[in-house]
Design a protein around this ligand. Structure first.
Ligand SMILES: [Zn+2]
Ligand SMILES: [Zn+2]
Length: 342
């Protein structure tokens, strides 16, 4: 089969590799769509992920496809079923899992390698994090279950409510998904901050009430101006830089909530004013990944089009052109997510 292998910084090659052999309990899936993700782009740009992945490596984690073979002992799914799965499966037995913090599992199983013709799903993942896709739903849309699951996890913790004002830093796919969710949760005013006008225009199209280009205007001042001097109820950081993590702290009202969502480079730190936490009683939340429940919910929201993710898929490209797709994402101002079709 053909699979994309990452060899180093911006060195992604489509190669002929052996099609995985199915062992008992496993499921082999023909990948029908795999979507590009900010994390993948980071890995492509830097050529590593905090020492976890060894090069060369398979690549990609947001996908959906059709079951082509099931191992011995598998009663579900059936061959021919349209499914999505991954990219994580907690053990359900460790201390964190027993506390219900499945996303913090100490023995998390991860699955990479979606940019390939086939992907083999291990038994634990078949049981814990695989769902059937309804017929009307495209594989591309179903592939977005993973990022939406993470966004749901975050926005749930931030407790956005009816009538809240919400500021989102970053108009990439994750920021835009937060925007869609905040609107559904009843935010009365959503403000999106970014440095690129084209991206802000997309945010506007998706329903942002206000957009702020932080290159042209001071974001903190603008947010104050747009909220009668108070600051927003909830600020969401969806960039992944210490500077924007700190900026988010300055956007909220007294008693407001800051959701630090974007993953920053390893070893980085931020400065937080003690007065902000004490006298202003600002709540600061960090969040990592998602639980199997969020994956299930995310797929349901996508399938019912309660959260319509279709505008986020701006292009489809064949697997052979995957390197071109990532180069495009590094420079393009209009592309959000590209669906790779093996
Ligand atoms: Zn992702
Ligand atoms: Zn666990």
């Amino acid at each position: 089969m053909k699979a994309a292998m990452l060899y180093g910084i911006r060195d992604l090659r489509v190669e002929e590799v052996e099609t995985p052999k199915v062992e008992p309990g496993e499921v082999l899936v023909k990948v029908k769509a795999a979507t590009t993700c900010g994390t993948d782009l980071k890995i492509f740009k830097r050529g590593y992920v905090s020492g976890v992945i060894k090069l060369p490596t398979v690549f990609g984690h947001e996908w959906a496809g059709e079951v082509v073979e099931v191992g011995e002992g598998v009663s579900w799914p059936r061959v021919g079923m349209r499914i999505r799965a991954g990219n994580s499966a907690p053990c359900l037995r460790c201390r964190m899992c027993r506390k219900g913090d499945y996303n913090l599992c100490e023995d998390m199983m991860w699955l990479w390698g979606a940019y390939a013709e086939y992907i083999k799903v291990p038994p634990r993942m078949v049981t814990v994090n695989m769902q059937e896709i309804p017929d009307h739903l495209s594989f591309e849309e179903a592939a977005l279950t993973e990022p939406l699951a993470c966004v749901l996890h975050g926005i749930e913790k931030a407790e956005v409510g009816l009538g809240d004002t919400v500021a989102i830093i970053g108009a990439g796919p994750i920021g835009l998904m937060h925007l869609l969710c905040a609107k559904k949760l009843g935010a009365s005013k959503t403000i999106v901050i970014d440095l690129v006008d084209e991206r802000l225009e997309i945010a506007k199209k998706l329903g942002a009430d206000e957009i702020v280009n932080a290159k042209e205007k001071d974001a903190v001042e603008e947010i104050r101006r747009l909220t009668d001097g108070y600051g927003v109820d909830v600020a969401i950081e969806a960039v992944g830089l210490p500077q924007t993590w700190e900026q988010a702290l300055k956007l909220v009202r007294r008693g407001g909530t800051v959701l630090e969502f974007g993953g920053c480079p390893p070893g980085t730190e931020i400065k937080v004013s003690t007065e902000l936490l004490h006298y202003s009683q600002v709540r600061v939340i960090g969040v990592f990944h998602a639980t199997p429940l969020h994956f299930k919910k995310a797929l349901n929201l996508i399938a019912s089009r309660t959260i319509d993710v279709r505008p986020l898929i701006t292009r489809k490209m064949p697997l052979e052109k995957i390197s071109e797709a990532f180069e495009l994402l590094l420079t393009s101002k209009r592309d959000i997510k590209i669906a790779i079709i093996p």
